[in-house]
Design a protein around this ligand. Structure first.
Ligand SMILES: N[C@@H](CCC(=O)N[C@@H](CS)C(=O)NCC(=O)O)C(=O)O
Length: 351
């Protein structure tokens, strides 16, 4: 792929991962065409087979497979896509060069994509006012000119479908207060951290910043309940979300990463939340899959969490373990030093 080619992606305004990637493309000065809509509708018109599952955003890349009919392939999953873009476009990288720092960035990215998205989905569909807001706006995000009758139909369709899927992320009456408490602690940790530096790992953004930003576009900008909480608890996060949207003008140098040893104590505030909530969920989920159980329950933050088993999050755990295992002894010790006492260290105790 040459860097002059435009990349096409298909996404939607209420999709956090779409914002994660659009902001990243802007920051990285990677030319793109963004189509608002559904991959299943748009890709066949381009003669391209939609990926399964067809998640948002979907990216269209030139195929390396010569047999591919039109030389293009559609792929999902923002995390590997970010790495693929790094290979094609080396400038303005979002991955720290220091492997230990890059590992922490990856941990934050994974936490944002897999845990913070629970805040997003929970607030969007659990409180009545938010579900009403989302089901009204979602269909218009695909087509602002949707005729009124169809809008009414889609509004009902979206809310029934999404509310029925709340159990997938573990949102229910028992877990609602735990999710809410986690979101509030997360915002306070962000407030403290942004008081120390503008991005999670220094003075330039990493993949983890874009992942957090993606979820926060929705929590701060789309859904009324989490927006009110964010305004109350963390003005810096609200301002950060506005800035992250377009970092095309940020000038970057290697020196803008703050070294692992010089990170402010506030970084551990965020890692504490990762260790307190996401880590026990990852481990319980992996145990359930290994035991062939379709759902699992675990004690998380003093309450019983129950949700269906997710094979994707078992992969997330495996990738984290592999990332840690690939560090050399010195870098592992540096990571251990930072993670000590956060609850994250138990992920790697067997390695
Ligand atoms: N891990 C994926 C997650 C993408 C994802 O879950 N996208 C959601 C929307 S934000 C989706 O397309 N869901 C399809 C559906 O709900 O049917 C990534 O990082 O891109």
């Amino acid at each position: 792929m040459t860097s002059s080619k435009r990349i096409t992606l298909i996404g939607a305004p209420p999709s956090p991962y779409t914002h994660k990637m659009v902001a990243l493309l802007r920051y990285r000065h990677i030319p793109y065409n963004l189509k608002w809509g559904m991959p299943d509708e748009i890709l066949p018109k381009m003669g391209i087979e939609p990926p399964k599952p067809g998640l948002l955003p979907t990216f269209v890349f030139e195929s390396e497979d010569e047999d591919e009919v039109c030389g293009a392939i559609a792929v999902c999953d923002s995390t590997p896509i970010i790495r693929r873009l790094e290979d094609s476009y080396p400038e303005r990288s979002v991955l720290p060069v220091d492997p230990a720092l890059a590992f922490i960035d990856y941990l934050l990215e994974d936490f944002a994509d897999e845990w913070c998205t629970k805040y997003m989905f929970h607030y969007r569909w659990h409180p009545q006012a938010d579900a009403d807001n989302a089901s009204t706006l979602l269909p218009l995000g695909y087509n602002v000119s949707l005729p009124a009758e169809q809008h009414k139909h889609f509004k009902q369709h979206f809310s029934a479908r999404q509310i029925s899927r709340l159990y997938v992320v573990g949102s229910n009456d028992t877990t609602a207060p735990i999710i809410d408490a986690s979101y509030r602690r997360f915002l306070k940790a962000m407030e403290a951290h942004l008081a120390a530096q503008p991005y999670m790992l220094g003075h330039r953004p990493g993949a983890g910043d874009f992942a957090l930003y993606g979820q926060l576009t929705q929590l701060v900008g789309f859904d009324p309940t989490p927006r009110a909480i964010a305004h109350k608890l963390s003005s810096r996060t609200v301002a950060w979300v506005d800035q992250m949207a377009d970092l095309s003008g940020l000038e970057v140098q290697q020196s803008q990463w703050v070294t692992l040893e010089q990170q402010p104590e506030s970084l551990r505030g965020l890692l504490n939340e990762v260790g307190r909530m996401y880590v026990p969920a990852l481990l319980a989920n992996a145990q359930a899959l290994a035991a062939g159980e379709k759902s699992w329950q675990a004690e998380i933050d003093g309450a019983t969490w129950s949700q269906q088993t997710f094979s994707y999050q078992v992969k997330c755990l495996k990738w984290l373990e592999q990332g840690y295992a690939s560090l050399n002894d010195l870098d592992r010790r540096r990571v251990d030093q930072l993670l000590k006492g956060t609850g994250c260290e138990v992920l790697f105790s067997g390695i």
